[in-house]
Design a protein around this ligand. Structure first.
Ligand code: SAM
Length: 195
């Protein structure tokens, strides 16, 4: 139940569980320390090892953190179901094959917790990544964003995501926002765009 969750990422994960199926292909567009990637793997991995997670980050340090979390948490066969890419998410189409049916593309915006706070997501590339996500998401799929606003440009990034969502056709997309109204300086909204 959503309101029993304190952390925005737990709320997002709960929604993912209703959309993602075993054997699916999914994308973590900001893998950071790897917690979302690990959660995605648990959702897609099945006995025939068909599920697949593409995990992207612009920072090599983040990929190292993700890789070490996965080493600690998964067996080698499970780890093979995850492919890590040191790339800007606006270029996701360069690494995700055009034939892939992608059910979930998740963003967790801001900076790497415990890492370099200068390396942050930015409106311009976030919007390009959302356009790419829109092109590759399968019908019935979900774009999920957990948005932190504490970094420079964070509020502007939030506004640009709302404008992007407002521009999606209401015939083809259901766009929702969940937000803590009693935390005005740090609302951590969750955006869910279902195709
Ligand atoms: N999902 C992560 C987890 O579970 O630990 C946390 C992600 S953290 C809030 C945001 C991440 O976005 C950082 O690791 C940062 O390096 C990454 N990032 C920033 N700009 C990016 C870009 N243009 N493309 C891909 N990743 C980016």
């Amino acid at each position: 139940y959503l309101l029993g969750k304190k952390r925005a990422t737990d709320v997002a994960h709960m929604v993912w569980r209703h959309v993602v199926q075993k054997g699916d292909t999914v994308v973590d567009a900001t893998c950071g320390n790897g917690y979302d990637t690990l959660e995605m793997l648990k959702l897609v991995a099945d006995d025939s090892h068909k599920g697949f997670v593409y995990a992207l980050d612009i920072q090599k340090d983040a990929l190292d953190m993700t890789s070490s979390l996965l080493d600690d948490s998964l067996n080698p066969t499970e780890k093979q179901l995850i492919k890590l890419f040191n790339i800007c998410h606006s270029k996701m189409e360069e690494v995700i094959p055009s034939h892939a049916s992608v059910r979930l593309i998740a963003f967790n915006l801001g900076y790497l917790p415990g890492g370099d706070k200068e390396i942050i997501t930015r409106s311009e590339t976030t919007l390009l990544a959302l356009e790419a996500a829109k092109r590759i998401l399968m019908p019935g799929g979900l774009i999920s964003l957990v948005v932190y606003v504490g970094h420079p440009g964070g509020w502007e990034e939030l506004e640009s995501i709302e404008a992007f969502a407002a521009g999606l056709s209401s015939e083809n997309w259901i766009c929702c926002k969940l937000q803590m109204l009693n935390r005005p300086s740090s609302p951590i909204p969750i955006f869910l765009f279902k195709r």
